[in-house]
Ligand binder design. Structure first.
Ligand code: GLY
Length: 243
């Protein structure tokens, strides 16, 4: 038998998204995911209980390191190995004392990071997707809103363990500027019901992180179902982040 010894990385995680046509790439806004079920990052891991974009510690210098040390070598590696990859690359990064370490690669966007990243994109995103598919991403740039986005995942009680479904969701008709994304819901007799673990994701925007949090949580507070659970602290750790 073998023993695998891995380096322990003590830092803070960041999700970085790249859209590539196999030759060139565009960097999308970064996001921070909140994976644990409980406030203060406690309890079991989930698919993601919320996300924030932009991420305060992902300043220009840190993102430049990610591009130089991770993104460009990744694209070069794909080319060298003759992997004709077009689409998203999601790199999970650990920021260890200002230096990026790769935790994982995924050939997709992230959930719920996407729900925080997409509301910040100002450019015609379909045009960029089309350019990625047709190999014409070279020279394309991405315009991004300066606003913050905070996404809160609304889950069935018991998730990520056992949970019940079929609960009637109330509050979806409220007037709100937040975006309510459906993931694990269904309809029956003109009612919207829970139909999964992670049921909805609510994204609020604002000029500051505080505002975006306030907008998201105001909308969340108007939604209810029997057993609804969500984290109350999405983005809170970044409000006074000192590094
Ligand atoms: N939120 C993490 C993932 O999509 O893998």
């Amino acid at each position: 038998s073998k023993v695998l010894i891995e380096e322990f990385l003590n830092g803070i995680e960041l999700s970085v998204f790249v859209l590539t046509d196999g030759k060139d790439y565009v960097l999308l806004p970064e996001a921070k995911d909140y994976k644990r079920i409980g406030d203060g990052d406690t309890g079991p891991n989930t698919g993601g209980m919320g996300a924030v974009s932009p991420v305060v510690f992902a300043d220009q210098a840190f993102m430049a390191k990610i591009e130089d040390q991770v993104v460009r070598p990744t694209i070069e590696g794909l080319k060298r190995e003759k992997i004709d990859y077009k689409g998203f690359i999601f790199v999970g990064i650990m920021n260890v004392g200002g230096n990026p370490f790769v935790i994982e690669y995924n050939a997709r966007m992230g959930d719920p990071e996407t729900q925080a990243v997409m509301p910040r994109i100002k450019s015609d995103f379909v045009e960029l997707l089309s350019a990625s598919a047709s190999g014409e991403l070279g020279g394309k740039t991405l315009e991004v809103h300066d606003d913050y986005a905070v996404t809160v995942a609304l889950v069935s009680g018991g998730y990520p363990g056992e949970y019940e479904t079929g609960k009637v969701i109330h509050g979806l008709q409220q007037q709100t500027e937040s975006i309510i994304f459906h993931a694990g819901s269904s309809t029956h007799n003109n009612e919207v019901l829970t139909h999964g673990g992670r049921v909805l994701a609510v994204s609020g925007k604002g000029h500051t992180l505080e505002q975006a949090r306030a907008h998201a949580y105001k909308t969340v507070s108007g939604i209810s179902w029997d057993g609804l659970y969500y984290r109350k602290d999405i983005g809170q750790d970044l409000l006074n982040y000192k590094g």
